[in-house]
Design a protein around this ligand. Sequence first.
Ligand SMILES: C[S@@+](CC[C@H](N)C(=O)[O-])C[C@H]1O[C@@H](n2cnc3c(N)ncnc32)[C@H](O)[C@@H]1O
Length: 448
Amino acid sequence: MELGEKYKGEVIDINSQGLGVVKTNNQVIFIEDCIIGDIVEFEVIEKKKNYFLGKLIEILNYSNLREKYEFDTSKLGGGVPLINLKYDEQLKWKERKLKTDLYKICKCEFEVDNIVGMVNPFRYRNNTQFFVGANNGKTIIGYVKRKSNDIIPLEEDILQKEIGDKIIESIKEWINKYNIEAFDRKNNKGYIKNIGIRTNQNSQAMVILVTHTRELPHKNELIHKLIRDTGSVVSIYQNINKDSQTKYGKEFIRIFGDEFLVDYIGDIKFNISPESFFQTNSYQTEKLYEIVKKYLNPQKQDIVFDLYSGIGSIALFIAKEVNKVIGIEYVKSAVKDAKRNAVLNNIENAYFYHGKVENLLSEISKKEGIPNKIILDPPRSGADKNTIYEIIRLNPEDIVYVSCNSSTLARDLNILLNNGYKVKKIKPVDMFPHTTEIETVALLSKVK
Ligand SMILES: C[S@@+](CC[C@H](N)C(=O)[O-])C[C@H]1O[C@@H](n2cnc3c(N)ncnc32)[C@H](O)[C@@H]1O
């Protein structure tokens, strides 16, 4: 393969970053913006150690696995690389990828239960952030284009609730009426930088207007307009953020309505503040947690540890059915939210500790009792090796592992398999349709 040369080939797979995979002349090439079954022409633009990167020139023959939409999917930014693949094919891809990753590392074929897909895989995001910028003097709102600072103007976002589209429309009208300047990132002048929209399952919304300084001309007009146009904006915050790297600055000023947005997972209520972490797809979260609960098979005498507990949502979901549940989490505000959510739901047998799991696990098991069941839901990097060995030492009868990364899941399962545990069940859940993310729940039990 020569750099700068053009080639043709069929896309035979999609890799974990969502790039199309073409194999030609015994070489592997990864190419953006194409899906399985497309016949493409591409230019080779970069050589890596084991593969090449190609730039798509043209799709010569469109795959019959392509979904047809009435809108332009390229306007959704780079976060949804599977969007053009039919949804049932996306689900098959996720199941295949999970099985391959498990086999590669654990060297055995597990029976993987069917993935839980969404009936309607759209409008599922309950937390979205849009960028505000200018193009030829005109203020625009949208997503940032992959690998650039360009903003793609947005009309409709099929991943967020309809109320989100109405909010964007209303803000655009206000911008045009009063000639509100977008923040100019090069010259550090102007007003609005970003817009955060959080929604709940009742389609109520919290709007977060991110500005560089406190000044926001015609702020009251915007507040009244948003309320009038949407009917269900229940809370508006202004966030002051002088930094361009972070999503929100420290200062949140409530300029209208409620302090929190209220949402539920099952019958557990959550008060969500503008910066709180909350699972992005509430519909699928409930399904995911139901599987966790089923695998855990909670009993009245159980002492359960929920490691990497976030805002305590799994712990609170199972608390009423066990003796006690202990959460460990290293983000301080999340631990505060977890404690507050326990009080909000009258749950008195859930306790939350702040710190790193690898530092606290042994100490807390001495204080709270040895857990007979452990749930762990680590970040993408998986669990720390010492944590896995500490879990083995604690010797729980069951471990429920919730993972958002099939490679690190496989790595960690392999250690548990070599140390007296067997995999009893594995089930993926599609938490993020149109992305390459694969959420999986695995149940492991002690070999008797
Ligand atoms: C995938 S999230 C799980 C959150 C929660 N279980 C839920 O369902 O919302 C992983 C969590 O682990 C936390 N975390 C990451 N590394 C950690 C560590 N070493 N010790 C404790 N918590 C950690 C993150 O802050 C995050 O809240």
